[in-house]
Design a protein around this ligand. Structure first.
Ligand code: GDP
Ligand code: MG
Length: 394
């Protein structure tokens, strides 16, 4: 049987040991269960990746536990974590928060916890690293202190009962190099994998929520009618069910599904995660457009106003050269929906290239947006930033 696939990643302040731990995880698990162990240098050469037109440096590695296959990401810098999390480039089912035992939680530790909460990372495991760097007579006190302090930070963001594992990623790498798998530092890595296995539940597709599918394409099938295509985000739909077309200039028109297809074959029902075509009764080709959303009736409303966490690219990254103030009007790209909107900033503030900020927005046309949706911010045909909806207002 194939193992359950789970997405994780290391987060935390620069230099607390994320890349060293990533290397240790691959090496220890490769020795125990097979797979490829990677050196620090192999991981630290993060390749560039693009999401929503934005360049992000991330390294993807993989390792296994008895029950699972883990895909794990490690980013070189703080800005890459911010971009990764806001664009949703690689969404984590759970995160490994690194805290340096000699320093405790630092500025980026706090920012990453906050971002993880905002982007919907549901589960966290803490690895308190560099225990070897503490004098043995202060070790117990420091462990207790760091756990208390980090737990308090996690609790302010709603992470309760987070497991803590104490260890030394560097010592684990050294022990692996000596072939000593009984070293306590290696045990620490094994304990961490066990904590991931037990505290991050198996990811599940959402079949139970009301049906939702962003419309990516509209086609005409001769003799049958209009078919809309897209990837079902959640829920299940079958022939005979009613759906509502939401967003842009549409005021929530209801239609009946008369056919469900995948790979050009009729299927009994379209389920979350599938790429499908849905035949809609009596709908004209121009009665629906790319960028609208198909939902169970009443499940989602087209909205224009909300709040978002955004980041703005620097000039070097191809972004703006100058800051913008409230009233700025870029294009918002939600999936394939493209609308103009206004960004408002509290207290007459400005947002500079390279900044991350909490803003509110007002779209020119209603769009089926929800909390947790991501968008690209574009201006004059180029991407200048990205955002995540944190609240929908009207
Ligand atoms: P990142 O910026 O969070 O990815 O941190 P790195 O993995 O690059 O580690 C930063 C520094 O801390 C490097 O010099 C590592 O060798 C060192 N380091 C990492 N883990 C440990 C550890 O367990 N003990 C000690 N003493 N140093 C460590
Ligand atoms: Mg690193």
């Amino acid at each position: 049987m194939s193992k359950v696939h789970v997405n994780v990643g290391t987060i935390g302040h620069v230099d607390h040991g994320k890349t060293t731990l990533t290397s240790a995880l691959t090496q220890v698990q490769a020795l125990r269960l097979g797979g490829k162990g990677l050196s620090f240098d192999e991981i630290d050469r993060a390749p560039e990746e693009k999401a929503r037109g934005i360049t992000i440096n991330t390294t993807h590695v993989e390792y296994e536990s008895d029950a699972r296959h883990y895909a794990h990401i490690d980013c070189p810098g703080h800005a890459d974590y911010v971009k990764n999390m806001i664009t949703g480039a690689s969404q984590m089912d759970g995160a490994i928060l690194l805290v340096d035992a000699t320093k405790g939680a630092a500025k980026q530790t706090i920012e990453h916890i906050l971002l993880a909460r905002q982007v919907g990372v549901r589960h966290m495991v803490v690895f308190v690293n560099k225990l070897d760097a503490l004098a043995s007579d202060e070790r117990d006190d420091m462990k207790a202190l760091i756990q208390m302090e980090t737990e308090a930070l996690l609790e302010t963001q709603g992470y309760e009962g987070t497991p803590f594992v104490f260890g030394s990623a560097l010592k684990a790498l050294e022990a692996v190099a000596r072939g000593d798998l009984d070293d306590p530092a290696v045990t620490g890595i094994i304990d961490l994998v066990a904590a991931l296995d037990s505290s991050i539940p198996d990811p599940v597709r959402d079949f139970d929520s009301p049906f939702l599918m962003p419309i990516e394409g509209v086609h005409t099938i001769e003799g049958r009618g209009t078919v809309v295509s897209g990837r079902v985000e959640r829920g299940v739909i079958k022939v005979g069910d009613k759906v509502e077309i939401v967003g842009l200039d549409n005021e929530g028109r209801e239609v009946v599904v008369t056919g469900t297809q995948a790979f050009r074959k009729d299927i009994p029902e379209a389920r979350a995660g599938m790429n499908v075509g849905l035949l809609l009764r009596g709908l004209k080709r121009d009665g629906v457009e790319r960028g609208q959303v198909l939902s169970a009736p009443g499940a989602i409303k087209a909205r224009t106003r909300g709040k978002a966490q955004i980041f703005v690219l620097t000039k070097e990254e191809g972004g703006r050269h100058t800051p913008f103030a409230g009233g700025y009007q870029p294009q918002f790209f939600f999936g394939v929906t493209d609308v103009t909107g206004v960004i408002n900033i509290a207290d007459d503030g400005v947002v500079s290239p390279g900044d991350q900020a909490e803003v509110s927005f007002d779209l020119r046309k209603p769009v089926g947006i929800e909390k947790g949706m991501r968008f690209a911010i574009r201006e004059g045909g180029k991407t200048v930033g990205a955002g995540l909806v944190t609240e929908v207002l009207a």
